[in-house]
Write a protein that binds this ligand. Sequence first.
Ligand SMILES: C[S@@+](CC[C@H](N)C(=O)[O-])C[C@H]1O[C@@H](n2cnc3c(N)ncnc32)[C@H](O)[C@@H]1O
Length: 224
Amino acid sequence: MAAIVPEKVYEKAEEYWATQASDVDGMLGGFEKLHIPDINDSKKFIAYLRKSKLLIGNEVAVDCGAGIGRVTKHLLLPAFKIVDMVDVTESFIENSAKYIGELNNRVENKFVQGLQDFTPMEGRYDLIWIQWVAGHLTDEDFIQFFQRCIKGIKSQGCIVLKENIASGKRDFDAIDNSWTRPESEVLSLFEQAGLDVVVNRKQHNFPQGMYEVRMFALKPSKNN
Ligand SMILES: C[S@@+](CC[C@H](N)C(=O)[O-])C[C@H]1O[C@@H](n2cnc3c(N)ncnc32)[C@H](O)[C@@H]1O
């Protein structure tokens, strides 16, 4: 396999996303029907984190790879007083106010930036939510991004990754320029970043024949 040049991968991914529609179907790669089961299971996941005292505060969350704010609008704004968004695609961020509607006044910051460059403000967040975007990061950038997230959460804060999982070896999608990693590789990257998986749950009610999707709740490793 040809060597992967990170700058090229990011450039091509940016070019791809710049051509996609600013609507739910565009966010979900043509699978709009995933929206409701996705949000429902994410809500249950957050409720479980709260019940288990793994997530305490409800002040500030950040939606990483937010796109137009599908997750911000339906999951995070109903559960947190303030939400920040970060996404590399300017048009999605520009169109997000219209999509989010009246709740948009509680979105405090909208960062147009790649996660490979984004540094969450230290100690700001109760929850850092990263959904369907981490496959765009190289292994090295994945580890470093999650290390910066550790500094971005409050002392009782939590990081969640919701991501597609490959059943065998990792896949590379040459259309959107992202990797789908097997669970073992994702777990190894968490370990290298200094994170413990405190909950690992499968998404239910998705159509057959799709990648398995998992939600990982992460806390700074006790060994650090
Ligand atoms: C599959 S969409 C998911 C959007 C949103 N998380 C959701 O679930 O509705 C992927 C998003 O990742 C963004 N993206 C791609 N590469 C990125 C990067 N390196 N840093 C930040 N965002 C990126 C795209 O612009 C797009 O909005």
